[in-house]
Ligand binder design. Sequence first.
Ligand SMILES: Cc1ncc(COP(=O)(O)O)c(C=O)c1O
Length: 397
Amino acid sequence: MMLYDFIDIELRKLKGKGTYRTISVSETPQEPRIRINNKECILLCSNNYLGLANNPKVKQAAIRAIERYGVGSGASRLVSGSIKPHRQLEERLAGFKGTEDAIVFNSGYHANLGVISALAGRGDVIFSDKLNHASIVDACILSRAKIRRYPHRDIDTLERFLKTASHTPLSGDTTHHASRKLIVTEGVFSMDGDIAPLKEILNLAEHYGAMVMVDDAHATGVLGENGRGTLEHLGIINMDNVIQMGTLGKAIGSFGAFVTGSKKLINYLINKSRTFIYTTALPPSVCAASIAAIDVIENEPELRQELFKKVSYFRRGLKDASIDVMSEESHIIPAFIGDSKKTEEVSRKLLEKGIFIQGIRPPTVKEGTARLRITLMATHEWEDLKYAIEIIKGIIK
Ligand SMILES: Cc1ncc(COP(=O)(O)O)c(C=O)c1O
């Protein structure tokens, strides 16, 4: 055996299981129709839900910011300072979410890693939904806290875990601070499209003295009357008590992520969050683009309405053909297939017919639950959606 032979062995195993990954190359922006691998097709797997990634107002804001501030930000903000759009974006996000303050991170992955490991450490306990995103799973491990993964959306088990943690003295080093409890959940679950029972979680958190962090990557800009996310959607108004994370690369169409909450929390993260401290800050143009996108989200609610009209139409089309769409709570439409190889095959056949939907397979989802994760944009043409439904029906059967 040569030193790197394990790579061939591992990759062969993935191919055998139907979970080998390759990356397609698009020559066009993330639009309802793209040209990918030299083929024109309808894109049905982008998180660019509102079409803002190629919106003229958003692009113009980025171009103007490049002309004014240049391209790179030079260093961590704690070293060479913020460039104006960094702070303007944070103020805009706090206003948008109705919280005291906000902090911007370089991606959702960075945000989850940085926030969770700053809030919980050795001797603390993190309660994490079993279907939470990989970045949350990794963050929990990185934190060195004890991890209790509760079954998906299972409030009763969460309560049992909280109760146990409250009665059991924690092992490990608890001398550095009183032990903390942190509940972490996605708002809208990225691969299943269902929504966390946040009201119940917040009630439990209050009763058992736990912090709550919501990863609202997929709801930000989309859910709620004003697009403010899952809390608004569920009518939860006490925002400052909740640590809300959101991403800027999905509905907001730009790049990066943010956390909103009290001023005290944001100050703490500036000082303690290693993925904020030890990395070069986002380019100012990206921040300017995000600000322009939030303006669009606030001023053009019809984009959200259009998205949901199309989602309802699409979901109905699949259900009429007895395709299992798993949940109906949000704009994410998972179409269940099960077997990874079959999912790969379906995805390939769809591409031949001009429809791009990536198959979602383990380890992103549990073994035996592979699926197509269908996501629409507010800007899709009705004709294209009608065509896609017919083709999917024919191929999945
Ligand atoms: C729920 C969730 N959290 C976090 C992330 C990471 O965000 P980012 O892509 O900005 O790193 C994603 C997706 O990428 C996600 O779906």
